[in-house]
Design a protein around this ligand. Structure first.
Ligand code: ATP
Ligand code: MG
Length: 568
């Protein structure tokens, strides 16, 4: 491609909302153009990178036995009503009407459509398993679209759906997809990890996320260097913290704790460690109010708490509700004397505590010397502890560490949720109708390219990993006014093209400074500079964008060397 004919305009202007480096660089390198909040045009230079990734994804999906198809963007509401998600999905689902006032939505994901396809074709266990995938536009009316392609409203996803006759089949399909994902992100040369993910209240089944590790990631990941355990912090487990020393039961007493609203303030006033205070947090849930008890030096993980309570979500009670339930100001709730309507649930960290302090359900008062069994009966213990760095790995006991990641892929064992609701059944060996067992496997195409830039850049611009680079080689003649330079550059360009190399020739009539700045910004991995001086000695200068080290080579051997450097 000749830059003069191509559509690639770099810019210095970055909008104020471009908070993270990949977003800024994608705009500056002329890859994307914002059309509306969370809605982008993919300009030619950006689109090439997305196409490179799509090709890798297709190769690995095909190799894993998935079959490509293409489903619609606009979905009939009837299908979403059958799956009950027309009611359940919430505001991310953009609902529209056609001229006949029939309801439709823009597909945020395609379980409904693919299940409808398969239920009409597949009748018997003999026709299973099946795995269908597409690379398609999704629309989700995200509350806070941001970070460019990282969190768009209209975005491109690869989504695959597997259909099996039994659980073993699903397990095999899931493993095959997990391995394909590993190969995809390895092929992209990304630093990533596969972590356990939350499956929600309906869960029980397994789910993993693929995280590209980056400080700007929106997810937090817990990992163990020793045994390889990894989990999204939403789901991460640890061994319960060791209880403080067991004491002989003291008498329970009410003590005045005026204006002590935090555990730290209470502990200080009472002259005890925070681990001897039990925090009582009141939550509002779709099933009524709940009080969650946790050791004072630890925090609640709301996702794990929701799962423990078997509700879709929990929200901290507001001041009015706290007053109504505990009869006290915020900060003084405790397990003793709450109304029966409040479900009491305790984190494992509370087990084994003796002589602890807790709120007295009375403003400016706490209880001390409280003991389980004698003073308060707790029957429900669960793990809803928020894991922090330094906690013990649930598998091997080593120290866990915490890092940030960008969720680029998410795989999920769905089971029969959709096949049951939508009647997607097959006849088993006995001729009995059974719901198919499904899995779904998503991978964000735009988000992965953005994550690659997040992980590969410097102050001057993008440093493309070769497999995702829009072009592999940049031919950069320093001038258009020296016929020998132009001829040599054209010669290299034509030879590389003939050898099937993705090459861009910067034939623009620009000063060398402008060309070099743009070359650094757009980040093409291999560069060959053709200048009058070195050409007089029959040489051209090769370099890699990543380390910038220069190598002078004879013009004759340059193409072979460039092909070597540009090999993935
Ligand atoms: P998130 O928690 O980030 O909203 P999700 O759990 O909703 O993600 P999935 O429904 O599992 O995401 O979608 C599969 C993949 O699609 C994600 O792993 C991610 O790579 C991509 N993706 C999801 N939402 C967006 C978005 N708004 N913009 C760009 N890519 C997205
Ligand atoms: Mg989401």
């Amino acid at each position: 491609m000749r830059w003069s004919r191509y559509y690639l305009f770099t810019t210095r202007e970055v909008p104020a909302d471009a908070e993270i480096v990949s977003h800024r660089l994608m705009i500056r390198a002329g890859m994307i153009r914002k059309e509306a909040a969370g809605i982008y045009s993919y300009l030619p230079f950006g689109w090439r990178s997305l196409q490179k990734l799509s090709a890798i994804v297709r190769r690995e999906m095909d190799a894993a036995g998935a079959v490509e198809l293409f489903m619609p963007v606009v979905h009939d509401a009837e299908l979403w009503k059958e799956s009950k998600r027309w009611q359940e999905y919430g505001k991310e689902l953009l609902r529209i009407q056609d001229r006949h006032e029939r309801d439709f939505c823009l597909g945020p994901t395609h379980e409904e459509v693919v299940t409808d396809i398969v239920r009409r074709d597949v009748r018997s266990y003999r026709q299973l398993p099946k795995n269908l995938y597409q690379i398609q536009v999704k629309f989700r009316d995200e509350i806070r679209p941001r970070f460019g392609l990282m969190r768009g409203r209209e975005f491109i996803m690869k989504d695959a759906y597997s259909f099996d006759a039994d659980q073993a089949g699903l397990d095999a399909a899931y493993d095959a997809m997990a391995q394909a994902y590993e190969r995809i992100f390895e092929a992209c040369q990304l630093d990533f990890s596969r972590v356990e993910a939350d499956t929600g209240a309906i869960g029980g089944s397994s789910s993993h996320e693929f995280m590209v590790l980056a400080d700007t990631g929106e997810s937090e990941v817990v990992s163990c260097r020793e045994c390889g355990y990894g989990a999204n912090v939403e789901r991460a487990e640890t061994q319960p913290p060791a209880p403080p020393e067991v004491q002989k039961p003291a008498e329970m007493q009410e003590v005045a704790t005026p204006a002590c609203h935090t555990v730290a303030e209470v502990a200080e006033l009472l002259g005890i460690g925070r681990e001897r205070v039990v925090k009582t947090l009141l939550y509002d849930t779709p099933e009524g109010p709940a009080a969650a008890l946790i050791r004072g030096d630890r925090e609640v993980n709301p996702t794990k708490l929701a799962n423990a309570l078997d509700v879709p979500e929990v929200t901290l009670a507001d001041e009015t509700l706290v007053r109504k339930l505990s009869g006290a100001a915020v900060g003084f709730a405790g397990p003793i004397g709450l109304p029966d309507s409040v479900r009491l649930i305790a984190d494992e960290s509370v087990r084994g505590l003796t002589n602890f302090a807790c709120g007295a359900n009375k403003t400016d008062a706490h209880l001390t010397g409280v003991n389980l069994g004698r003073d308060v009966d707790l029957s429900e213990f669960h793990d809803f502890l928020l894991v922090t760095a330094g906690d013990a790995c649930p598998r091997c006991g080593s120290e866990l560490s915490l890092s940030r990641g960008i969720e680029v892929g998410h795989i999920f064992k769905l089971g029969t949720k959709y096949s049951e609701r939508m009647g997607c059944t097959f006849a088993d060996e006995q001729g009995q109708d059974q719901p198919m067992i499904m899995g779904c496997y998503g991978l964000g195409i735009g988000r992965t390219v953005a994550a690659a830039i997040e992980q590969n850049h410097d102050d001057n611009g993008i440093i493309w990993p070769l497999p995702l680079a829009p072009f592999s080689v940049l031919v950069l003649p320093l001038t258009n006014r020296d016929d020998a330079v132009v001829a040599a550059a054209e010669g290299l360009y034509e030879d590389l093209l003939a050898k099937g190399v993705d090459v861009l020739l910067d034939d623009r009539d620009e000063r060398p400074g402008v060309k070099f700045n743009d070359a650094d910004l757009v980040g093409i991995p291999v560069r060959v500079v053709v200048g009058s001086k070195s050409l007089a000695d029959g040489k051209v200068e090769l370099s890699l964008r990543r380390d910038g080290e220069k190598e002078l080579v004879p013009v004759e051997g340059a193409v072979e060397r460039l092909i070597e450097l540009a090999a993935v």
